[in-house]
Structure formats: C-alpha cells, structure tokens
Design a binder for this molecule. Sequence first.
Ligand code: PLP
Length: 402
Amino acid sequence: MEHGGTSGGFPAHASWLELSASALRHNVEVFRALEASTGGPRRMLGVVLKGNAYGHGFREVLPLVHPLADVLYLITPQDALAVRAFERERGLGARQVLVMGPIGSDEAVALAREGVDAVVADLSWREVGAALRAARLERPLRVHVHIDTGLGREGFTLEQLPRDTAFLAQEREVFELAGVLSHFSNTEDVTEQGYALAQLEAFEVGVARLVEQLSPARSPQRHIAASAASLVLPRARYDSLRVGISLYGLWPSPETRLSARLVLGELPTLRPVLSWRCRSQVVKWLPEGSYVGYGCTYRCSEPTRIAVLPVGYYDGYPRLVSGKAHVLVNGRRCPVLGRVMMNHLIVDVTRVTSDERPVTATLLGHEGDEQVSAEALAGWAQTIHYEVVTRLGAHLRRVVVD
Ligand SMILES: *Cc1c(COP(=O)(O)O)cnc(C)c1O
C-alpha cells in the first residue's frame, strides 16, 4: 500500500489509521456464533457507531458494518440521517437505526419521516409529541423507552413508571412502542454480576409495566446488553445485542475477558480493527548529552539515533504517556523520548535501524509478533482504551485494508 504522498487532501506526512475489514468481519462472526449458541429465536445483532465509530471513523466503518448488522445504534440524529443518505446513494435497503441520544422536536420529525427509531428517555418528549402531531406524519415515530435500572443516567426509573410514560398511551397516533432498553452500570469492572442481575430484575418489571400500559401490537424489542453483557451474561441478551467496543476487536476490560473464559468455556478471539501508523519526518543522530523535547526532560546518555514522528496530542496521542510509551519500528519496540508534543513525537531508533533513512512507526497495532494495544496506551495514559480510541483525531486519514 501507499505510504506518504498526497492523498485526498491529507498532508503528505500525516499519520494514518488502517482499518482491517477482515478483523471487523471476524468480530461480527464471534457475536453471531455466540448468539446462535444461546438457542431460542434468532436475536438481532446491533452495532454501536457512536463516538465517530469509537474513533475508527463513522464514514469508513458504516459501509463495512451495514451489510453485517441488523441494527445500527447511534447517538445523534445527524448520524442517523447520514445512514439513510448512504443507503439511498448505494441503493441499499433501510437498516433498523436507533438514535440513543437526545433529540429535538424538529429532529424527531425528520427521523419519523426517515423511518429511524428514537429513544424516549424523559418527560421532554411530551413536547416532541406536539411537534409530531403538528407535522401530520404518515406513520408514527417508532420509539424505544429507556428504563434507568441503576445506572443513574438517562431513562425513567421504576419510580416514574408507568406514571411518566402515560403521554405515550395518549399519543398513539404519533408514538409507536417499538422497543424497551436499559444500560448496565457495572458489568465491566467486576467478575461477580450481582448488580447487573438486580438491573435485569428491574428491567423485566419495567418492560411488563410498559407493555401493560401501552399494549403494543407487537412485543417490543428488549435490549440491554452492550459488549460485556453480550459476552458474559447470557440472560441479558434478550432480542438484540448492542455491541460497541468489541465490534472493534477490544475486550471491554480484563475482568470481562476473565469472566468470558469461565462463562463460555473457551475464550473467543477478538481481533483489533485499528492500526495507527506514521512515517518519520526525519531520522538523525544526536550526540551524547543532547536533550530531547520540551522541558529538557530527556537527556541522551549515549549517541542516539532519533526518529521525529509528525504526530502528537493534537492527533489523539496522549501527552500523559510521555516517557512511558513505546512505538514499533521494524517489529521492535522504540521508547518515546521526552514529552509528547502537539504535532511531534520523538522515539529512539538507535538499535532498530542501521541508517538515517525514513522509518514507518506503528503507534497502535501489530508488527510481527510485537503489538502496542489500545489497552497498553490507555494504561500509560491512566485512562481506558475507550477514551484512547474515541479521541483519535477525526481529521486523520483512515484507510480500509483487508
Ligand atoms: C456505549 C453504549 C453501548 C456499547 O457499549 P460497549 O461497552 O462499547 O459495547 C451500548 N449501549 C449504550 C446505551 C451505550 O451508551
């Protein structure tokens, strides 16, 4: 593949992200197999494309997952409309799309017209009902009611149900109950799922109340399981899975991996979809005693061949990893020297190269049998891999490879 050069208006020297289409297909297969092994009626496999598809790039990931998933879970109405535009452009059938985030009245009207589902999570939706009525729609907006079963985020608590959802019963011409959902608070950080089980109990109570109150023509889709619960809590799978982080080949947490080994008997392999690479701006020798980077925090204790990489915290490489991280060059680890800068990163290539020709560094991903994982980068940055990947600059070039 092409490295460097001018491409699609991207700076010739900018770092780029590689998205592995085969890794993504593999991860979808893992969840399909998991779903099939549970028995019972076929569940839907939904994928979560929020946060610019977990930093992987919404525009690039959408064409890859659209044929593979049954439902697309998004946060913004804009992303949902982008899916519909994409489908029209390519002549594809309309997938079920659900906007999980907040929605304004005008946006709700647009979503209803486009056949996109929306999440009703609070009383502000009473006003949306008025706007939908005024718009004289041909069909009602399909809504999924969010029940707060213990996360303390959006959704109606059991206290509020069914009182606060009475407006849905009164506005059947504009709201159709298509689903009921909730979200777990504590499935990733533990190997003991007591809190999640209490949330499941609350969820089932809430679903029963809504069904009784709204008596929908068809049973609403029930969905609560994100990646971790899909993997380790079979009871939580219900009618649809909402797989985010693991679609991209990352385990939600070490605890989830441990639990999966126990619950599933054998550990499924997830393949990271993303690699982040960069061509050096310059490779050169610094004499013994030279300082590297802002603040003179690093001093060369011997003559050192450095590679200056044109990538920095602006692009999403966390500054907190200064002095801790390594990148891969020629399949070997090269420590990051001194501080990560806005647009630069300096690594020691003394032992992995033999001259001053440009090198290609892997900031995230595999090279030979070495790897820099999103988890490792997150560990050095004192955060979680979810944050590391979602902070990858939206401006970076994303290239789909097989
Ligand atoms: C982010 C999110 C998910 C996906 O979570 P993962 O842990 O990334 O699989 C599912 N549902 C809701 C409501 C979310 O906010």
